[in-house]
Write a protein that binds this ligand. Sequence first.
Ligand code: PGA
Length: 253
Amino acid sequence: MVRKTLIAGNWKMNGLLEDGIALAKGVAAEAKKAARKDCEFLICPPFTLLTSAKKAIKGSRVLLGAQDCHFDGKGAHTGDISPLMLKDLGCQYVIVGHSERRTDHHESNELIAKKAAAAINAGLKVIICIGETEAEKDAGKTIDVCTAQIMGSVPEIATASNVVIAYEPVWAIGTGRTPTAAEVEEVHAAIRKVIGKKLGRANANKMRILYGGSMKPSNAKELLALPDVDGGLIGGASLKVADFMAIGEACKQ
Ligand code: PGA
């Protein structure tokens, strides 16, 4: 089963106009030179940079995504951004359910499923994030937690063409620590099984499952070579053109 590798940069709350544009332009220029023509590059800048980033990557193979959305198309939701607005702006992707949103904004699986469904209905592809905390890992609950998050936050209308799962152990995000390659593969394979139960075997075989959490040039090759790892959701290392592109060069296929 060939699944197109996705190398996604999650810029989080980083970037003012000048450096954001420079970063997007840098990624676009390097992506043109990248040897791997068969993997997708995606950048997810903060809302404030989406329009400028879109201009900066115009004509390149780099795709544009946002980091969150509301579940309504429009209306009285001060400060929120709807999936339709993101689509209108030229986004192809949106991330939902990142652990920082689950924690900082108390987002539940149910809310994340609503956001994901709304984004799909608006014509966006959705990256749904899941992952266990350190305490949950220590208690041996990693697979149980991921199973519950998939069952609760992946909407019924999800298919392999409109949803990507990102497995991001919370304790690995921004810490420099990662699970072993064997642990990552074990969890990814388990996630694929759960997706199979929820959405059927065909979707499970085709759906991309990204690894996220301290992915960097030095560990990307080993992680991206794992059979059930179909790309990366990259935070810190996506803020440097060279690091992000080095991860892209490490992708399989
Ligand atoms: P990190 O973040 O690469 O900085 O660990 C990944 C993420 O939170 O998506």
